[in-house]
Design a protein around this ligand. Structure first.
Ligand code: SF4
Length: 228
């Protein structure tokens, strides 16, 4: 379990809590609009679990929670003992995940290790390989969301409204997942780093916030807890 990046203090990443955000290396997807592209290959290591522990012990009076983000945290060997270490220091834990490994989420739920989950549902199921890379399987993500729905733990599902998703696609997305306690439409922002072949996609005109608000209203029948 290694860490490739850190935000030392955040008011926006863990609902209601002051948190730090830890970014793990490596991801099994390759979304063309990824904002953490430098993490995807998993080679850059900034902190070990011991240095995270030292940091959290020093920050005990300043932080309430720890967000584990990525990259994709559920790929990390040692995720469970790492979270246990953080909890033993008295912190609440939020996990950001692409939802591709429901078996890991099942274990985390069984041991009640996270206080909040955020799952990305990125595209209509049929378009997952096109948008997230070959091998991306939306059925795994739906399985993850169903596991969370059947638990009592707070969670949210998020979709980044990339220009390549039409309004019909967003309607399909809102129907493919079960009704969730919080569904967030995030506005697309072009990443600084991207693959040369993705230039045209990256530069496509994003939806305005007004357009996203309008779409969100039209999805309320299927996702009544939608926010934008
Ligand atoms: S799942 Fe997240 S970290 Fe992985 S490639 Fe997609 S946007 Fe990047």
């Amino acid at each position: 379990m290694n860490i490739s990046g850190i935000i030392r203090s955040s008011l926006i990443d863990f609902p209601g809590l002051v948190s730090c955000v830890l970014f793990v290396p490596g991801c099994n997807y390759s979304c063309f609009y990824c904002h953490n592209r430098s993490l995807i290959d998993g080679s850059y290591i900034l902190m070990t679990p011991q240095s995270v522990k030292d940091f959290l012990q020093k920050r005990a009076s300043l932080l309430d929670g720890v967000v584990i983000s990525g990259g994709e945290p559920t790929l990390q060997e040692g995720l469970i003992p790492f979270i246990q270490m953080i909890r033993n220091l008295g912190y609440q834990v939020k996990l950001d995940t692409n939802g591709s490994r429901p078996e890991i989420i099942k274990a985390l739920l069984k041991w009640q290790l996270c206080d909040y989950y955020a799952v990305d549902y990125k595209a209509p199921a049929k378009q997952y390989p096109k948008i997230c890379g070959r091998g991306a399987n939306a059925l795994k993500v739906i399985e993850t969301i169903k596991l969370l729905s059947e638990s009592n733990v707070p969670f949210e599902v998020r979709t980044t409204v990339i220009p390549q998703l039409g309004k019909d696609d967003l309607l399909i997305i809102s129907k493919e997942i079960p009704v969730v306690p919080r569904y967030v439409l995030n506005r697309y922002k072009a990443p600084d780093k991207y693959l040369p072949q993705d230039e045209e996609k990256i530069r496509s005109k994003p939806y305005s916030q007004e357009e996203i608000n309008f779409i969100a209203d039209s999805l309320k029948n299927f996702q009544p807890n939608i926010t934008k």
